[in-house]
Design a protein around this ligand. Sequence first.
Ligand SMILES: [Zn+2]
Length: 73
Amino acid sequence: MDMKCLKCGKENKKNAVYCKFCGENLQTAEQPLTVAFMLKSLFVIYSLIFTAYMLYLAFEKPVQAFVNSIATK
Ligand SMILES: [Zn+2]
């Protein structure tokens, strides 16, 4: 697995910090990816909370009805 330089398009070693052909910083090229990754994980966390809330709403009424049926006996 080699890393392709975004500036000159030549192959560099996987963990290379700078391109050995043109000197371009290969690490800064990944910054847009990390921002996208952060947004993606925020979205995942938000949808997990939303799903948990939806499950809570879906089970709140049956559980309350069950508790009431026991309490009224
Ligand atoms: Zn390069």
